[in-house]
Design a protein around this ligand. Sequence first.
Ligand SMILES: Nc1ncnc2c1ncn2[C@@H]1O[C@H](COP(=O)(O)OP(=O)(O)O)[C@@H](O)[C@H]1O
Ligand SMILES: [Mg+2]
Length: 240
Amino acid sequence: MDEEFRAVIDLEGVTKHYEVGPVLVTALGGIDLHVSAGEFVVILGASGSGKTTTLNLIGALDTASSGKITVGGRDLSNSSRSELFALRRETVSFIFQSFNLFPSLTATENVEFGMDVSGRRDSADPEEILTSVGLSHRLGHFPHELSGGEQQRVAIARALATGNPVLLADEPTGELDFKTGSQILELLAEQADSDRVVLVVTHNREISRMADRVVEMSSGQIVSDGPPPGGKTPLSELRW
Ligand SMILES: Nc1ncnc2c1ncn2[C@@H]1O[C@H](COP(=O)(O)OP(=O)(O)O)[C@@H](O)[C@H]1O
Ligand SMILES: [Mg+2]
């Protein structure tokens, strides 16, 4: 795969419909989105606006009803199941609201799992990655021995350990208090570089003000895309 295209996300006219009994629910009514390498993007919208659906389509966890999706140079609409599996393994990594760590594995083992998934066991050091997210003193701890913020840091470390160029976070601060949540957002924003894009979903408009770019969704449509009104605001000045 051509390196310079690895981190690019492209959605063109993407729709997603769900059949719920006799009712057809339109989760996405035709969206266009382009994300370039190095970008940190916040996807903002009320509950039910289509944020999670968008993230799951980009992450190849679900398939679009129509339209074209390209992630890291792969055309998802024309991909076989095994190609989609490869995309999930080699291109995207997810961070969830509820951390989703393996409860019986230590912090280090959870991160090693991320390496195993992407076949990087020998090329990255879990302790180094955990240290980079501020957890050098928690390596042998199990999830239940960690605070929410620390658990989310382990989840971020696990995502980074894959070495994958697209990092997708769905409401990553949803279960955290203001201070912890802002530290997690700062950590996520720092991960966007020339080799990696970071997409963070939130329903919290105040949070979105700390991003360079905010994609706002409403009723399955993108209603605006650009810098937040008033420009990017330092996290320290936000009030959640
Ligand atoms: N599996 C599903 N079956 C039926 N409807 C769904 C399903 N997933 C999502 N929806 C609907 O699609 C819309 C968008 O959902 P979602 O992407 O989860 O929104 P958000 O993450 O912004 O809260 C909502 O109306 C939701 O009820
Ligand atoms: Mg959601």
